[in-house]
Design a binder for this molecule. Structure first.
Ligand code: HPA
Length: 248
């Protein structure tokens, strides 16, 4: 199948794209195994868009157990060439408070023990992909342009720190990440971005800030209820933005 203008991977709190019309469901098996769930393919503002819930549609797959390779390979196998990753995150620095949408341009990887390359199998070609710009610059620019056209407020840039989870971070861990230059913290940004590069997919992240990270902002305890309420509120403009992005 081809003609898919854009593939979207949904994160915590984004388990479906309600605005997708004429939805067709594909169960895909890849050379890396099964993705987190079915791929829903439909039309959004006239464009063919594929959607996959990173943690499964019932949020049953924790960040360290997501089969990132299968998720991306499945999207590639159905003909997608561009991937918009929605990542629910905590905000560390001032500009990235709850309900902010951000399009980061850098990543620091603090995860461990995850399969982080497609070169894992014996006999596979060893790849050393350039990763200086971890997100595809042209796709990032198109996201910023789509946000402008649709009137969605977006912070353009920022550094995403990917932690192991599934627990949230300590205040000391976040203080260290701030010193390292991180603006955002989430559990799923890596190895996904690196694998997308190895697979030759255009890939960019739209981060949805759900809470202040530990010790930041008001310093209050982080609850799942807060996270989900803020993701829902911040996602209001996403269908238009995604539709516009798929057009361009
Ligand atoms: N830390 C890590 N991941 C997250 C957070 C956080 O504070 N909020 C949402 N995802």
């Amino acid at each position: 199948m081809s003609g898919i203008a854009l593939a979207v991977i949904g994160g915590t709190g984004v388990y479906r794209l309600a605005a997708l019309a004429d939805v067709e469901t594909r169960e895909v098996e890849t050379r890396f195994g099964k993705p987190s769930g079915p791929i829903r393919i439909g039309h959004l503002l006239g464009q063919k868009v594929a959607f996959l819930a990173r943690h499964g549609e019932g949020h049953s797959v924790p960040p360290h157990q997501v089969n990132y390779r299968a998720n991306l390979a499945a999207l590639k196998d159905i003909g997608a060439t561009r991937v918009l990753a929605l990542n629910t995150v905590g905000g560390i620095t001032e500009r990235f408070g709850p309900r902010v949408l951000a399009c980061p341009d850098q990543i620091i990887d603090y995860t461990w023990g995850r399969i982080s390359t497609i070169c894992e199998e014996p006999g596979s070609e060893v790849l050393h992909v350039d990763f200086g710009e971890p997100y595809t610059p042209l796709l990032r620019h198109k996201i910023a342009a789509a946000a402008r056209v649709t009137g969605v407020k977006l912070v353009d840039g920022g550094c995403y720190g990917a932690t192991q989870g599934p627990r949230l971070e300590t205040k000391a861990e976040i203080a260290r990440m701030r010193r390292d230059g991180c603006d955002l913290v989430g559990m799923t940004g890596m190895p996904e971005a690196g694998l997308a590069r190895e697979l030759g997919l255009d890939y960019a992240c739209l981060a949805i800030v759900a809470n202040w990270a530990a010790g930041c902002g008001t310093g209050e305890e982080i609850t799942m209820a807060e996270v989900l309420a803020n993701v829902e509120a911040a996602s209001a403009g996403l269908p238009e933005l995604i539709g516009e992005l798929a057009r361009g």
